[in-house]
Design a protein around this ligand. Sequence first.
Ligand code: NAD
Ligand code: IPM
Ligand code: MN
Length: 369
Amino acid sequence: MASFNLLLLPGDGIGPEVMTEVQKVAGFLDKAGIASFETETDLVGGASFDAHKKAVTDAAVARAGAADAVLFGAVGGPKWADVPYGERPEAGLLRLRKDLGLFANLRPAVCYPALADASSLKREIVEGLDIMIVRELTGGVYFGEPKEIVTLETGEKRAVDTQIYTTHEIERIAAVAFDLARLRRNKVTSSEKNNVMKSGVLWKQVVTALHQRDYKDVELEHHLADACGMQLVRWPKQYDVIVCDNLFGDMLSDVASMLTGSLGMLPSASLGAPDAKTGKRKAMYEPVHGSAPDIAGKGLANPLAMICSFGMALRYSFNLAEAADLVDRAVADVLASGLRTKDIAAAGQNAVGTTEMGDAVVKALQHLN
Ligand code: NAD
Ligand code: IPM
Ligand code: MN
């Protein structure tokens, strides 16, 4: 049986709650003889700040780099509102992405049949939806320098963030999008704002040139990012793969989450470039949602985004496509059986907690297997 090293970084708020449920799924795969996982756990975010005065330690980053894959819960919360900016919980997540070179963030938005009525949009708009947002994750305004607040001679303050993209950064993320599209419905929509931003002008040029050179068989269209947000709620099924920069990808994926019913449903995979020798990619699997301070500690969090993120690890890091399909089917079956956490329950419908939902997925896995 294949064996893999997993680093668990539960983090803050609902992070540890949803991580507990994923461990049950890993335990099932082990018992079923599908794959075994050696897990280690470390601190990140506010939890790491409380212990070490750092949002993530060098040692934790090194462990993350050495693992076959990292499972990340969530970070942040009001408790850390006043910590130094460089050590705010989110800085730990950003450092992991940057230091591990995880430039490609895959955010699939799939509307499970049973949840077509859980979306705030009409059933016919979301039913059968299956899109993939490919978000650039290690560049753009998140990391561009200067990034500062300076005091001017007048005493007034001036804040600067810097959006930077190079040809190479755009080309490698666009290639990920084109490659994925070939395995799906063969269409890529590139989203930027070339009407306002120089980085948008270069983005469009580079994506167009790469398409001409290597991917003429894939359909390519360009949508300005604001219009793309509008189209995502007007008629999302026009999309297959959307590729965009770090900031637009952050926003568009939160928008897309509501097409699936809840932010608690959206998984993601953050991938590095394949190693020249081994072909292996560094990878971190992280739900799109945050630490949800409003429901943390109450056992109400939906663990499906975290569980499906682990499903993505099976697919993209461990080459266990069948096991990944099994997890997806178990989730679909649990939802089809009517089980709902509060975020996806209809008004007046009984909702279960985090633990019950996780247990139900494991039961469904046992049944399917
Ligand atoms: P959030 O994603 O934490 O919560 C937004 C809303 O969605 C809340 O009402 C929350 O209850 C709900 N929600 C989110 N996940 C859910 C789940 N699994 N089940 C049920 N409901 C869920 O976003 P926010 O409130 O804007 O941010 C809170 C903190 O999380 C901030 O500090 C933010 O920086 C951080 N954050 C972290 C990550 C991450 O660690 N990957 C991602 C986004 C936000
Ligand atoms: C996400 C989050 C992060 C981001 C924050 C917590 C740094 O919102 O993963 O979507 O902006 O990338
Ligand atoms: Mn976000």
